[in-house]
Every structure is written in structure tokens, then in C-alpha cells.
Write a protein of this length. Structure first.
Length: 153
């Protein structure tokens, strides 16, 4: 009985997938460049330290290879398909604050690969929480651990 509906269900799923589209790294970059999306925070670290922290946070959260565009001030990465997600594409932008307070500006943009996904591998707020956690570790004179420490409460 249900076997006769299988082709119909597959077609509906395929059409939904095609219509919703898939996000790519280019979508993350476009969202940042248009200032439509992203979460920004300022940290009392150098740009070099912020660069290291951003890469560390992405690794803690299970990212794939990180593509670094240091001269342009950003890096991109993604996560693959998981149990509840088709993956996430992400980018982090690091720049010196022009407001004169000596802090480093960190902006992150994350997008679900498939817009109909309910779950994302890494949210912008989680990135910023992890970033602040890593900065605190550095400020305490500790090296950044390879594995993610427990998330602060």
C-alpha cells in the first residue's frame, strides 16, 4: 500500500529540496558584504590572536577544512551532513576596530546548507560564546586546547 506512494514522496522531497536551494560559502560572503546578516562582537585581543581563536572555535565545533583569506580578513568553512542536519556553511571576519578602543572586531555568519533544516551545526551566538571562552583561556595564560572544553553555563 505505502509502496505506491514512495515515488510520489520522493518527487515531493526532490522538488522541495530544489525550490529551497542550498546555501554555499558564496552566500555567506554575500550576506556579510551586504551587512544583511552576521553577529559582531569586540574582543580585547590582537588580530593575530583573534585569527587563531576563530580557527580554534571552528575546529572545536567540527568544521571541515578552513579556507583562509588572511589578506582580505576572513575565513570560511563548513560542516558536513549529520544526523539532523545537511550541514552548515560559515565565515568569520576579523578586523581592527576603527573606533579607537583597541579591540578586535569579529563578525561571524552561519547558514544552513538546506534552508528547510531545523538544526544548524553552529549558530552565530554559539560561535561568539565559544570565542569569548577561548579569549578567556588565552588571557589566563593557557594554551587553547585541541578539543572543545565544556561550554560555560
Amino acid at each position: 500500500m505505502y509502496a505506491s506512494f514512495r515515488p510520489l514522496l520522493i518527487c515531493i522531497f526532490a522538488i522541495t529540496f530544489i525550490l529551497t536551494g542550498c546555501a554555499s560559502v558564496n552566500d555567506v560572503i554575500a550576506a556579510k558584504e551586504s551587512n544583511r546578516e552576521g553577529t559582531t562582537a569586540f574582543y580585547d585581543v590582537s588580530a593575530d590572536e583573534a585569527w587563531l581563536v576563530a580557527k580554534t572555535v571552528f575546529r572545536w565545533e567540527g568544521s571541515d577544512a578552513i579556507e583562509e583569506h588572511r589578506a582580505e580578513g576572513y575565513m570560511t568553512t563548513s560542516t558536513g551532513v549529520g544526523f539532523l542536519t545537511a550541514g552548515t556553511v560559515m565565515g568569520a571576519w576579523i578586523s581592527t576596530d576603527t573606533g579607537g578602543n583597541g579591540k578586535t572586531k569579529v563578525t561571524v555568519v552561519t547558514k544552513r546548507r538546506v534552508q528547510t533544516n531545523i538544526v544548524t551545526s553552529l549558530t552565530e551566538s554559539t560561535f561568539q560564546k565559544r570565542f569569548a571562552q577561548a579569549v578567556a583561556i588565552l588571557k589566563a595564560g593557557q594554551p587553547l586546547p585541541q578539543a572543545a572544553p565544556p561550554m560555560p553555563g
